[in-house]
Write a protein that binds this ligand. Structure first.
Ligand code: AKG
Ligand code: FE2
Length: 172
């Protein structure tokens, strides 16, 4: 849908062939007395796309552009689809990766499952997504290189890891 909406579906098949997936199950136990209730610290995903599903215990919060944190109450059958940093770069800065965290406020443990998409090899920014109005903001990049960069001192402390890794201009 994303590729089609930008008219670049011709790149989809080869992109899809290089996609690889990580499925992760997560358990958030209840915080003990005097323990912070932060289940998962503030971050953006380094994936291309993340698909999340949770049990009935809420806790995921998304940061708005105004800096407010919003929680939500998905129906039990909902999946949450979030853009990751690789999609931010691929879309030439059009699709922002969601800044999010998990806060444990309930009385029950929280379980979630996440499917994270990554790509093998170099991700190229479609030339159709760059023009005079939208100058190229990211260089072609190695997605697994981005993951390796993220665990370095520079990558983990950068304001925007993907920008620090392969950015041309300051877009974050
Ligand atoms: O558990 C969740 O809902 C989100 C987990 C998450 O943000 C992550 O694993 O990157
Ligand atoms: Fe995340």
């Amino acid at each position: 849908m994303v590729f089609e909406s930008y008219g670049v579906e011709k790149y989809y098949d080869s992109f899809n062939e290089s996609s690889t997936y990580l499925l992760r199950l997560m358990k958030y136990r209840l915080p003990e007395t005097n323990e912070p209730n932060l289940g998962c610290d503030v971050h953006t995903d380094k994936s291309f796309i993340t698909i999340l599903h949770q049990n009935e215990v809420n806790g995921l919060e998304i940061k708005t552009q105004d800096g407010d944190w919003i929680g939500f109450d998905p129906t039990p059958s909902s999946f949450i689809v979030m853009a990751g940093d690789a999609l931010l770069a691929w879309s030439n800065g059009r699709i922002h990766s969601a800044v999010h965290r998990v806060v444990m406020n309930g009385k029950k443990p929280r379980y979630s499952v996440g499917l994270f998409t990554y790509n093998e090899g170099i991700i190229n920014i479609p030339e159709e997504l760059a023009d005079d109005q939208h100058p190229l903001q990211f260089k072609p990049f190695d997605h697994f290189g981005l993951l390796r960069f993220f665990v370095t001192a520079e990558g983990s402390t950068a304001e925007c890891t993907v920008k620090a890794y392969c950015g041309v201009l300051n877009v974050c």
